[in-house]
Design a protein around this ligand. Structure first.
Ligand SMILES: NC(=O)c1ccc[n+]([C@@H]2O[C@H](COP(=O)([O-])OP(=O)(O)OC[C@H]3O[C@@H](n4cnc5c(N)ncnc54)[C@H](OP(=O)(O)O)[C@@H]3O)[C@@H](O)[C@H]2O)c1
Length: 256
């Protein structure tokens, strides 16, 4: 059995939960990070059934002190960090002209600075392990929309941040990539559809049924499908891939 250790943020539900369960096949120990303790414990049960040890850390990643605590607790429990998968995200879905400075700050505080601080805090351990990092962006980085402007803006910044880390990773031996999912059916996608429905004069049920065709795709993605891509990116097979931005979106992006 491998002795490798992975940290997965956003592990209490959605893509992060599926990724943590999938990684149990490749990693000996998985550190699960999010705020909701009960949901984290459910994920921990599933990860342990899939064969890995777990450490659940319920913490708000938007808080500055969170990153160092996660790294310290991981090293105290498992002694090393081989992979860091920054998946947590909850950017406010508010119109460009209605969004306050505080709401912009909250969006950046979690998804951009939370991932940046955790990657920086884990870097010495990742360097020692010749490890791998994934940062979660999203297709909205490629087509930002006024009704949810912060989502696209912050996802675009994540791609640039991953590129900057990967630049340092070339000399430090740490591999860093970013991932852009298309529409994946999770709690976050349901909340997006709740905003999208009234903008298109539909009920949420109608919007849920119609959205894939509007997006030019055959169906929603499943979180387990994105989890497979995440697992590939932190596997030995992907070791020479760094500084890349990978889309998995059912064909949503039509341009070359
Ligand atoms: N679903 C899609 O269609 C889609 C498309 C493109 C990109 N993405 C990106 O993929 C990532 C995961 O999305 P998802 O669809 O799986 O969403 P989700 O089901 O809403 O999960 C979001 C995760 O982030 C955690 N989180 C939120 N705020 C946090 C905070 N302050 N501190 C720590 N953890 C926090 C949540 O846990 P707690 O609430 O327990 O803290 C949860 O585990 C996000 O970054 C999202 O932007 C999703």
């Amino acid at each position: 059995m491998s002795t490798k250790v992975a940290i997965v943020t956003g592990a209490s539900q959605g893509i992060g939960r599926s990724t943590a369960i999938r990684l149990a096949r490749d990693f000996d120990s998985i550190v699960l990070v999010a705020r909701n303790r009960a949901n984290l414990e459910e994920t921990a049960d599933a990860v342990e059934k899939a064969g890995a040890r777990t450490l659940a850390i319920d913490i708000d990643l938007a808080q500055r002190e969170a990153a160092q605590k996660i790294v310290d607790d991981t090293l105290a429990s498992f002694g090393r960090i081989d992979a860091l998968l920054n998946i947590a995200g909850a950017v406010p879905q508010i119109d460009l002209f209605d969004m306050t400075d505080e709401q912009w700050d909250a969006g950046f505080a979690l998804k951009l600075h939370g991932a940046r601080r955790l990657t920086a805090a884990a870097w010495p351990s990742l360097k020692a392990a010749a490890g791998s990092v994934v940062l979660m962006s999203g297709n909205s980085a490629l087509f930002p929309k006024a009704p949810y402007a912060a989502v696209g803006t912050i996802n675009a910044a994540i791609i640039a941040l991953a590129k900057a880390f990967s630049d340092r990773g070339i000399t430090d031996g740490v591999q860093v990539n970013s991932v852009l999912p298309g529409p994946v059916m999770t709690g976050r996608r349901r909340s997006y559809l709740e905003h999208w429905a009234p903008l298109h004069n539909m009920t949420v049920e109608e919007a849920t049924a119609r959205f894939p065709a509007e997006a030019g795709i055959a169906r929603y993605g499943a979180p387990e499908e994105i989890a497979e891509l995440m697992a590939f990116l932190v596997s030995p097979a992907a070791k020479w891939m760094t500084g890349s931005t990978l889309r998995m979106d059912g064909g949503e992006v039509k341009s070359v």
